[in-house]
Design a binder for this molecule. Structure first.
Ligand SMILES: Cc1cc2nc3c(=O)[nH]c(=O)nc-3n(C[C@H](O)[C@H](O)[C@H](O)COP(=O)(O)OP(=O)(O)OC[C@H]3O[C@@H](n4cnc5c(N)ncnc54)[C@H](O)[C@@H]3O)c2cc1C
Length: 367
């Protein structure tokens, strides 16, 4: 293969959004994906929520790229007639002690530029969502849902129309820096091929890929821990229009209620540290889900819950402390035009178009 301008590792939603963005300019873009199709890992195993941006400390990439990505996604779905719905959501304080945390979330959301936030009391919450109970709520009108598979197919189709080449069953095995860029060794290819730039969008494999050209990932702070999140489907019909969330805990957003494209209701995800990358759902976790969800959804019982899917979060923090996305061009570590995207957990789906814009800004091409 002749030299390509940019090679993207990974065809999840982030790699696909980056491919769509970079292929607009007429440069040669190749995407290497180790699976036989796009998006089979984290990008198809999430809540499919377009997040507002209330959860992340002001000034962080998670905050700014979530807000930018959210509006970019609504505009994109509108322009290309992709499914999305601005359902809005409520974050519920289930007891009085949680109300100050709700107020903190309101202040943080406002500082992040999230529009339309409103604190509501128990009565207003009941009027808004009669099936939901709580002491108070935070109304978040700009949250919504989309169809992540449809979004990924859109990025894929546009990228291909713009000339990007996708190689499936193509795992990056090693990478070596040399004067004109990088030599990449890929499974199934007899010879390494040469690329001017690399974007590491390998999700769960991002730390391994970052280490391939010789970068010390532990010293760089790129060590990943993996946290599985399971979902249960709620088979009981409930008249709910908005997404319903408890207050977040350090490991996640809490077991929340989401509505999918066809109106089905799911509860999840929980959060468990794992070493093995299996996405089975343990049916015995029903009780945990019932306990968590019945705090704000009193009229459900264990018979209403059925195991659904699970996804795995690539986290830069194992102890629940906040860690921002890593979106780093590595010239300072001797790897010019190598961009690492590490720890792209939630809100990575929402932020995907904004991450792609940022990656395009970071790459500098000769000439
Ligand atoms: C339970 C859960 C719920 C979530 N809910 C939401 C939500 O509601 N809203 C939101 O905004 N975000 C959410 N997220 C986060 C969001 O799903 C992710 O941030 C996003 O999908 C990350 O996309 P990605 O492309 O970086 O990773 P991935 O989808 O994991 O894609 C990476 C790809 O790289 C490939 N790859 C890895 N190594 C190699 C290699 N060496 N060579 C070739 N290919 C390789 C993999 O096969 C994979 O296809 C959630 C995540 C989880 C786990």
């Amino acid at each position: 293969m002749e030299t390509v301008d940019v090679t993207i590792i990974g065809a999840g939603v982030v790699g696909l959004a980056v491919a769509e963005r970079l292929s607009r300019s007429g440069r040669t873009v190749v995407v290497l994906e180790r699976r036989r199709r796009h998006g089979t890992e984290t990008s198809s195993r999430n809540s499919e929520v377009i997040h507002s941006g209330v959860y992340y400390p002001p000034g962080t990439l998670k905050a700014s790229l979530c807000v930018e990505g959210r509006e970019a996604l609504y505009a994109l779905c509108d322009e290309w007639h992709l499914f999305c719905r601005r359902t809005g959501k409520v974050v519920v304080a289930c007891d009085d002690a949680e109300i100050p945390k709700l107020e903190k979330l309101l202040a943080q959301g406002r500082a992040n530029g999230v529009e339309g936030l409103e604190l509501i009391d128990a009565g207003f919450l009941r009027d808004l969502e009669p099936c939901v109970r709580g002491k108070a709520g935070l109304k978040v009108p700009c949250s919504g849902i989309l169809d992540s598979e449809e979004l990924m197919r859109h990025f894929l189709r546009k990228s291909e129309e713009q000339g990007a080449i996708f190689l499936w069953n193509a795992e990056l095995l090693s990478a070596e820096r040399f004067s004109r860029g990088y030599r990449l060794k890929v499974s199934g290819m007899a010879e390494p091929f040469v690329t001017g730039a690399v974007v590491n969008a390998a999700g769960l494999g991002a730390e391994a890929v970052a280490g391939m050209p010789g970068l010390n990932t532990a010293a760089a702070g790129y060590t990943l821990s993996f946290f599985k999140g399971e979902y249960f489907r709620l088979r009981k019909p409930l008249d709910i229009r908005r997404l319903v969330y408890p207050l977040p805990d350090p490991h996640g957003l809490g077991i929340h209620l989401t509505i999918d494209r066809s109106g089905g209701i799911r509860l999840g995800p929980n959060s468990t540290k794992v070493d093995v990358m299996d996405c089975d759902v343990d049916a015995s976790h029903k009780e945990e889900f019932l306990r968590a969800a019945s705090r704000y959804l009193p009229d459900i019982s264990v018979e209403d819950l059925y195991p659904d899917t699970a996804g795995i979060r690539p986290k830069l923090s194992a102890d629940g402390s906040f860690k921002d996305f890593v979106i780093q061009e590595e010239s300072d570590r001797g790897l010019p035009n190598w961009v690492n995207l590490v720890g792209i957990e939630s809100p990575g789906l929402t932020a995907s178009p904004a991450i792609a814009r940022k990656v395009a800004d970071l790459l500098h091409y000769p000439g």
